[in-house]
Design a binder for this molecule. Structure first.
Ligand SMILES: Nc1ncnc2c1ncn2[C@@H]1O[C@H](COP(=O)(O)OP(=O)(O)O)[C@@H](O)[C@H]1O
Ligand SMILES: [Mg+2]
Length: 248
């Protein structure tokens, strides 16, 4: 029996059912995407990431696809950041602890991040051919690594549980360059909270000895990828980031 709806989105609803969380997808949502989410979750669980355990994938009585995970008691980092803005630095450092642990893992079975971004940039209909060509040329020149990347690493995808921080929502996971995943997190933070974004990027660079330019070079590319979501409220900022193509 569904106890409480945790989130309702266009594609799915997330419910709590006792000790379980059930993500129920809308009818017509591609089965391959449901299975991809479950496959990614089981892969990263196998790599030793701290994630809610996956229990089952199947059809509900009314024929919707659903994935069942352990319910994790706790608040999302997004809730905590809203409730305790004074702890911003502590929270961002905690995010980095998780993300840097993730980058130590190799994920040869996941899709390649650059190939995915190439498909996204090719599919964009809100940029002209010159910008598309420049973005694809830039993408092609970027270093290609095989590190585990989350693809949507942001405070709403982290639950601060009693026994540590859990990372959710691995549908966009891939193997790729850590700086690309960091650029994506920077973008997601910047869309919500610029102070958090600046602090995050500075701390990533300090803690890993990475020059900021390595991350900044990915910004036009991650902005282009985010434009595929077609969110009008993000469009102006993302379009302005596309113009940073000549940073190198
Ligand atoms: N295993 C879980 N335990 C507790 N809460 C969860 C769990 N999975 C998801 N949630 C809650 O549901 C929200 C949405 O889940 P998520 O998997 O990130 O889907 P999406 O962001 O695609 O809607 C999370 O931010 C969290 O609040
Ligand atoms: Mg999420």
């Amino acid at each position: 029996m569904k106890e409480k709806i945790l989130i309702a989105s266009g594609n799915h609803n997330v419910y709590r059912e006792g000790n379980y969380t059930v993500k129920v997808f809308q009818k017509g949502f591609p089965k391959s995407e449901v299975l991809r989410e479950a496959m990614h979750m089981s892969l990263v669980e196998g790599l030793g990431m701290h994630v809610p355990e996956l229990h089952s994938v199947g059809l509900t009585e009314d024929g919707s696809w659903a994935i069942t995970y352990d319910y994790i008691e706790g608040k999302t980092l997004m809730q905590l950041m809203e409730e305790h803005p004074e702890k911003l630095e502590e929270y961002v450092d905690g995010m980095l602890d998780c993300q840097l642990e993730m980058f130590e893992k190799k994920a040869p079975l996941l899709n390649n991040l650059k190939s995915k971004m190439k498909r996204q940039i090719q599919s964009l209909d809100c940029i002209n051919d010159i910008t598309r060509y420049e973005l694809l040329t830039k993408l092609n020149s970027m270093p290609d690594h095989a590190k585990l990347c989350h693809g949507d690493f942001c405070p709403s995808n982290i639950i601060v549980g009693e026994d540590g921080w859990y990372i959710l929502d691995w549908i966009h996971a891939s193997q790729g360059n850590a700086s690309a995943d960091v650029a994506r997190t920077y973008l997601l933070l910047a869309l919500q909270n610029l102070d958090a974004a600046y602090y995050y990027l500075n701390r990533f660079c300090e803690r890993t000895g990475t020059a900021k330019i390595y991350v900044q070079n990915w910004l036009p590319l991650v902005a282009a990828a985010q434009l595929t979501k077609k969110r009008p409220e993000e469009s102006e900022l993302l379009q302005s980031w596309l113009n940073v193509v000549d940073t190198d």
